[in-house]
Design a protein. Structure first.
Length: 733
């Protein structure tokens, strides 16, 4: 939509609300430059456009003293008039300022819009072409709303009441500074014009206003000129800091001072400042910007110095260590600048109460706090303690003049932690937390209880005894944890492998019935673990399968060769550790794609304990029924087993269930568990009956597919005629 023209005529007077109050103050204190003297700017906080006081101030300016510019305040200013029982019927009124929250309703907003338009028309009837209007608050509201994703529908902005384009269109006779071209720019950049949610101008904003109103620039010219001027000034300060320090500097922390500097940089200023030698990496990500860790990943921070700004001088060691992937204790002696404490004294001297959202009372004070003297003229009006342009420059100048000590950037760890997962610099993920406290056991910080050790030894003894009594081959497999195998890649020293601790407790007579394949997996020519998974690769599972079969006295080399040749299918998936990372990571892996006949039946149900898998492979070389009691490690090697055994039944459980042995009558029993599950071993005798798992867990979806039920019926009553007929049919498929 084509809006009203943008004036290029210079103005001699500027009127408005608190934006002009601040502008006047900063001109007087030489913080902000303006082509007009301070007494040619009049402002009062919260005045609506229909304020008698504002209008009378404009009317007192003689006609021969030039044009007047009005920064039109928020259309809600003065909405307290809506709550007044007796409203003045005239257009202009006094006694109503700022915004009353109780009057922020859709109906009252419509009334305030109407009253604002009437006020502007009143001004135009009196001043005609002598007055120029800039809808600064309306423009600022749209920028901030769009940046926050408010009032957007199908990518287009539309406020329920107050819309820049609609209001400008409703006033075709007024000389309105058309800032709509800026609304077509990136909001992450345009936000640089403002320092807060009330749209008070930043230094860039004041230079922009001076360019548009006092120099006659177009809005785009004024904006680009203002950005260039401020960026040039900041980059010069950055170069001075680097020259003083003898190296690049990383500026980080958590403070309203830092938040304000971030606003000045927009989406593009970060890189320009970094190119000048100052890498700005605040702990909290601003909209449109990268995280501190992402920012530092783009630069070699190892050769940099670091400066920390912390609200109230609080110790940010924990947050800094997490953001920059370092040990926490290395930050303890790094000095931090406390802006907020100085700002608080100034706010209190103005009879205000400091309100610092960045100040965390729960954090202890840093051991090395730097509290610089801050002058009153450097702190914005209000209670948030924000620095104005002078305050930003002041602190940067202190850093450049060596008033602020700079320390070498702490050495970064060669790994990062996301929740329960650790990822090395080479991209290998390890589980370190979770319910089994993996790292605590690996480091020796925690050790297994005597009861847990005894329970494991007793379970093995009872399982071997049961199997021998039924003339069934038996083997228990402990699947090693990743850190037990990839010890060179694991950042911490592994002082305890749970598998080894538990093996010590087993009666030597039962030792041959346990497989803990640590050394064999370490010697494997192919990677035994997926990078982003706690589980073995299909090649690693083949190594374990070969050892299991050999332990039972079988030798089927051709089956192993066949499995190895079929591990060729490329698959992209995150893995159980990749899913824990933020953002989620994916890995490219080779997966087994069997070329032998097999039928796979699964119970479903979506739960762990109680799931059932059945694999029938009529062409397998070992004509045996295998019953497995175990976890996901067994489930991931079932297809491998289908190349070796003709009949495999896998029951997802921590225990050996004798009732299932009686039902299935297997030739071979394998039990197994991931090494981390040894953190707490429970006796088999305390297990529920296997068939009760889904019921006792409250699972509602118990219905099983007919084809699974047929297979389950066959393997649990293998001597029945119906079962024999089923197996014969499978043979012919």
């Amino acid at each position: 939509m084509e809006l009203t023209r943008c004036t290029t005529e210079k103005v001699s007077w500027i009127l408005g609300s608190s934006h002009v109050v601040r502008w006047n103050k900063y001109i007087e204190s030489d913080i902000v430059q303006c082509d007009l003297p301070p007494d040619h700017l009049f402002g009062r906080g919260g005045l609506p456009i229909w304020s008698k006081r504002l209008f009378n101030e404009a009317e007192s300016i003689p006609d021969d003293e030039g044009r007047i510019a009005v920064l039109v305040g928020d259309f809600r200013f003065g909405n307290g008039i809506c709550l007044c029982a007796e409203q003045d019927d005239g257009v202009l009124a006094d006694g109503f300022v700022a915004i009353e929250r109780k009057a922020m309703t859709p109906d009252y907003d419509q009334y305030m819009l109407k009253r604002g338009l009437l006020g502007l028309e009143y001004w135009h009837r009196h001043f005609g072409g002598r007055a120029t209007y800039l809808f600064w608050c309306l423009f600022g509201r749209e920028v901030q709303d769009r940046l926050a994703g408010k009032h957007l529908k199908q990518g287009k902005y539309h406020h329920p009441t107050f819309n820049y384009s609609e209001i400008a269109k409703a006033l075709p006779e007024l000389d309105i500074v058309d800032v709509s071209p800026l609304l077509s720019q990136r909001m992450h950049d345009v936000i640089r014009l403002f320092i807060d949610s009330s749209s008070h101008p930043s230094q860039i904003g004041y230079i922009f206003l001076n360019g548009v109103l006092c120099k006659g620039y177009s809005p785009m010219e004024a904006y680009r000129s203002a950005v260039r001027e401020v960026e040039r000034d900041l980059c010069n300060l950055a170069k001075q800091m680097v020259e003083s320090a003898g190296c690049k500097i990383v500026l980080t922390g958590r403070s309203v001072w830092l938040d304000t500097l971030v606003r000045y940089l927009g989406a593009t200023g970060f890189k320009k400042l970094a190119d000048a030698g100052l890498v700005l990496a605040p702990l909290d990500r601003a909209p449109g910007h990268k995280t501190a860790s992402d920012i530092c990943a783009e630069f070699d921070v190892s050769a940099c110095a670091v400066v920390v700004v912390s609200a109230g001088g609080k110790d940010l060691s924990s947050a800094l260590a997490k953001a920059f992937n370092t040990d926490e204790d290395v930050w303890a002696d790094v000095p931090c600048i406390d802006w907020e404490s100085a700002a608080a004294l100034i706010i209190e001297s103005r009879r205000g109460t400091p309100n610092f959202p960045r100040l965390s009372p729960s954090l202890p004070e840093s051991k090395n706090v730097i509290r610089l003297k801050v002058f009153e003229r450097f702190v914005e009006l209000g209670t948030a303690g924000m620095p104005n342009w002078g305050g930003l420059r002041y602190l940067l100048e202190q850093m450049a003049s060596q008033q602020v000590p700079r320390t070498p950037f702490p050495k970064q760890l060669d790994y990062s932690i996301s929740g329960d997962a650790l990822v090395t610099g080479e991209g290998i993920a390890f589980l370190i937390g979770g319910g089994h406290a993996v790292q605590q056991y690996a480091s020796g910080e925690r050790v297994p209880t005597r009861q847990s050790l005894n329970n494991f030894a007793q379970n093995i003894a009872e399982r071997v005894t049961l199997s021998k009594s039924l003339n069934i081959d038996y083997l228990h497999v402990i699947f090693p944890d990743k850190q037990s195998i990839l010890t060179e890649a694991y950042p911490f020293k592994v002082v305890q492998c749970l598998g080894e601790e538990y093996l010590k407790e087993v009666d030597p007579a039962f030792g041959p019935h346990i497989l803990y394949p640590v050394e064999e997996l370490k010697r494997s020519s192919q990677s035994p673990f997926y990078p982003l998974d706690t589980h073995l690769t299909d090649a690693g599972s083949l190594t374990v399968l070969r050892l299991m079969v050999e332990k039972l006295g079988f030798d089927v080399p051709q089956a192993y060769e066949r499995i190895a040749k079929c591990i060729v299918k490329p698959v992209r998936r995150p893995g159980d550790l990749g899913r824990k990372l933020v953002p989620m990571r994916y890995q490219e892996v080779l997966q087994l794609e069997p070329d032998w006949r097999n039928r796979y039946f699964i119970s479903g149900g979506g739960f762990n304990e109680g799931m059932i898998d059945i694999i029938l492979s009529p062409d397998a070389p070992i004509h045996k029924t295998v019953l497995l009691f175990g976890d996901s490690f067994f489930r991931l090697m079932l297809r491998h087993m289908g190349a070796v055994f003709t009949r495999i039944i896998c029951l997802r459980t921590r225990f050996l269930h004798p009732e299932m042995v009686s039902l299935i009558r297997p030739d071979i029993i394998f039990t197994g568990n991931a090494e981390r599950y040894l953190s707490n071993v429970i006796p088999d005798r305390d297990a529920w009956a296997f068939a009760l798992y889904p019921h006792l867990r409250g699972t509602t979806e118990l219905a099983m597919k007919p084809e699974f039920l047929e297979a389950w019926s066959a393997v649990t009553s293998p001597r029945s005629k119906k079962s024999q007929a089923f197996f014969e049919r499978i043979e012919k498929i």
